[in-house]
Design a protein around this ligand. Structure first.
Ligand code: PSV
Ligand code: MN
Ligand code: MN
Length: 424
């Protein structure tokens, strides 16, 4: 499905007058909106290849139809999102689901849509056809060296494919752990995993990073071998300067203070990137900002403060990605909403009066500190996000345009109603 420039232009012209009124109001209320808009224009969020179809749960899956059936169609879908919002500029592939037969053609297609390749993801949480060993009892942690070797080789193969495509990072998320006390020796599992990761690390090109993603539980329900940020940081520190911790917002125990984790990882120079989503109970993979928008803002508040303190470039020094799964919403609509929520939280964090906040902290003026943060959070900065899109040639209201031009209906027409996209 191709979205033409004239369709964006006519959509924008319909909304322009109202948008400009709202923008003028904000420019009056908030200091230096120009600087915020520029940062928003530069900011890009990676879209995972596995979030383009309907995820489902273990109880069932209800396809919305028109889902991408191969890597080419996944790239086309992300190209469409990027055309709508000018902020979804990269794709994160999961191997073996997304292994490209014709690498040059895939690279050309990605370039044609103005996209790039985000981190590559390995998969040692499922058994693949023809594989010698099973991952039932783990992969990089496994008691059997042969299983570990198979998982290491898979990760090295993912790096190889990523190098060919032009990616610069590998994300390792492991399902490894145990379901019952006594099932494994924690230290042996840790040591095996570390040694395996060391072999993978040794295969990284000089300009690559490896992100060690942690998760508290699921699919293992007693212990997870990379279960929290402490364990991930231990691995990343022992591995070396190319290894970082990856924070997935849904991978914490309830009520964890994620913004504090972010702040300290940044301080240590070990924060590698993000998987954005939202949750109420566990790894729910819901739309970013749909349940806890204040938490999302507080995380961005730490990011902006911590990155500025370390002179980091907001748009490129961390890996920013969505990791979501959609059961009841159109996956593409859901992704548009997630990107919008992330951009908004970023804009709000950029608008915090940092000097005043520092002074309030120095003076132990708790009420003032709280007021300053809530002032930024409660000011409606959506016109700034829309303005960034407008200047980048995208749509003022991406979701509205998506519906108006009947994207899903068109995709169902061309791809069919009973589609299955590879993914979680
Ligand atoms: C499983 O929890 C998971 O959602 C992790 O967050 C990974 O990042 C993703 O799957 C892809 O492997
Ligand atoms: Mn994740
Ligand atoms: Mn997850």
């Amino acid at each position: 499905m191709i979205l033409e420039n004239y369709q964006i232009a006519s959509h924008n012209s319909e909304l322009l007058a109202k948008h400009q009124r709202r923008l003028a109001f904000i420019a009056d209320e908030v200091a230096d909106t120009e600087a915020i808009i520029q940062k928003l224009i530069n900011f890009q969020i990676g879209i995972p290849s596995w979030a383009l179809g309907t995820g489902g749960t273990r109880f069932g899956r209800f396809s919305s139809g028109g889902e991408p059936r191969n890597i080419e169609e996944k790239i086309e879908d992300i190209g469409l999102l990027h055309k709508l919002n000018a902020a979804s500029g990269s794709i994160s592939l999961h191997i073996p689901w997304d292994t490209a037969d014709d690498v040059q053609a895939i690279k050309a297609l990605v370039a044609q849509h103005g996209l790039s390749f985000d981190a590559m993801n390995s998969n040692t949480f499922q058994d693949q056809a023809g594989q010698a060993h099973s991952y039932k009892f783990g992969s990089l942690q496994h008691v059997n060296k042969g299983v570990r070797k198979q998982a290491i080789e898979h990760n090295i193969e993912v790096i190889r494919q990523g190098v060919e495509l032009g990616s610069k990072a590998l994300t390792v998320w492991l399902a490894d752990g145990s379901c019952f006390p006594g099932q494994l020796n924690f230290r042996t599992a840790f040591q095996n995993t570390l040694e395996s990761l060391q072999e993978i690390y040794a295969a990284l090109p000089a300009d690559w990073k490896v992100f060690v993603e942690y998760k508290a539980f699921e699919p293992n329900f007693y212990s997870t071998t990379v279960g929290d940020w402490g364990q991930s940081l231990l691995y990343a520190s022992k591995l070396g300067p190319k290894a970082y911790t990856l924070v997935d917002l849904g991978h914490h125990l309830p009520n964890a203070n994620i913004e504090q984790i972010v702040s300290l990882l940044l301080m240590e120079g070990k924060l590698g990137g993000f998987h954005f989503n939202d949750s109420k109970y566990g790894d729910d993979d819901l739309t970013a900002g749909s349940l806890k928008p204040y938490q999302l803002f507080l995380i961005f508040n730490e990011l902006v403060e911590g990155m500025d303190a370390r002179n980091m470039k907001h748009h490129s020094d961390l890996g920013w990605m969505i990791d979501a799964s959609h059961n009841v919403k159109d996956p593409l609509e859901d992704l548009l909403q997630s990107v919008e929520a992330i951009m908004l939280a970023y804009a709000q964090a950029l608008s915090v009066d940092r000097k005043a906040l520092e002074q309030a902290q120095e003076a132990n003026d708790v009420a003032r500190a709280q007021e300053l943060l809530q002032q930024a959070f409660r000011t409606d900065l959506r016109p700034l996000v829309a303005e960034a899109r407008l200047r980048a040639g995208a749509a003022l209201a991406p979701l509205e345009l998506f519906r108006k031009i009947k994207v899903r209906e068109e995709l169902i027409k061309s791809r069919g109603l009973k589609t299955v996209a590879t993914g979680l």
